[in-house]
Design a protein around this ligand. Structure first.
Ligand SMILES: C[S@@+](CC[C@H](N)C(=O)[O-])C[C@H]1O[C@@H](n2cnc3c(N)ncnc32)[C@H](O)[C@@H]1O
Length: 278
């Protein structure tokens, strides 16, 4: 048995089950089990929205997912254009938007595109790429092309805001981890008990971290195993790519509580403006 498949550290409820394997963005309902209720970085974006987005100007969310932020900001009255490439996430987002009464396309629109290709209905006052979205960009060329495309779409006084985690240095240094970190969740719609665990492996050639997460509804024999791949960008690479793409850093914070940024910060939150003369 490969050490990654070792389940011996898990509680009995998570051992010897059958698993249906999916990419994370093929499983929007399971995405919401972990994240629908998470509000961490919302205050950061809300403060930028209140400061920079006036008079019905447009906000774009890149990688809007199931609408965790986009739907809240649209419901608060902001005009939101949600960009989401994964069909299942987009379908889930549209269902939730209808349920929230966001049926006026002039106020809430959804586009099947990526950060390097999106076409907003008018130049946005704010483009945001939250919650590790940019860790899905796999190469420096893609990162730069995405940031340059954002700059080209923005209104001249527009802002670009991002937040992402730093590299998972421990997992990168100490090698793959077998199944562990067993935990429990409450299903966000049914209230059912969900058992969860994960494992990870880093490929230094591609700088991709692969994280597998299992979810098992209590009392069931078969669960889902979702795969998440993220590029381990360093802070310096992200900040450098912003500058190379024509931005100046206006605000740089180190966590969702708006703590100042330093090299030991758990997250990087940035609000950038278009550099003068670019
Ligand atoms: C971590 S989720 C964040 C979802 C949502 N913004 C949130 O805060 O819950 C990242 C999202 O980015 C999307 N995505 C992946 N590659 C992308 C790209 N190149 N451009 C834009 N979005 C992308 C994924 O499909 C996924 O829905």
């Amino acid at each position: 048995m490969h050490m990654l498949d070792d389940e011996s550290a898990l509680p009995a409820v998570l051992q010897g089950r059958r698993w249906r394997e999916l990419d994370i963005y093929e499983a929007p309902d399971w995405y919401d089990v972990d994240y629908a209720g998470y509000r961490g970085e919302e205050a950061f974006y809300r403060l930028i929205l209140e400061r920079c987005v006036k008079d019905g100007r447009l906000v774009v969310e890149l990688g809007a997912g199931t609408g965790r932020l986009a739907l809240r900001f649209a419901s608060a009255g902001f005009r939101v254009h949600a960009v989401e490439p994964a069909p299942a996430m987009r379908a889930h987002l549209l269902t939730k938007a209808r349920a929230a009464g966001l049926s006026d396309a002039a106020r809430f629109s959804v586009e099947d595109a990526v950060a390097a290709t999106f076409a907003p209905p008018d130049p946005p006052a704010l483009v945001m790429f939250p919650f590790n979205g940019l860790l899905h960009l796999r190469t420096m060329e893609e990162l730069l092309a995405s940031f340059a495309h954002v700059r080209a779409q923005l209104a001249p006084d527009g802002r670009f805001a991002i937040d992402c985690t730093g590299p998972y240095w421990d997992a990168m240094l100490f090698g793959p981890t077998a199944w562990g970190r067993a935990d429990e969740r409450v299903h966000h719609t049914s209230g059912a008990l969900v058992h969860t665990c994960d494992r990870c492996a880093y490929d230094s050639a591609t700088r991709q971290m692969r994280i597998d997460i299992r979810y098992l509804l209590d009392g069931h024999d078969e669960g889902v195993q979702i795969e998440l791949r993220q590029t381990m960008w360093t802070w310096q690479q992200v900040l450098g790519a912003l500058v190379r793409a024509g931005f100046v850093i206006e605000q740089q914070l180190g966590d969702v509580d708006l703590a100042p940024f330093d090299e030991g910060s758990p997250r990087l939150l940035v609000c950038a403006a278009i550099a003068p003369g670019r």
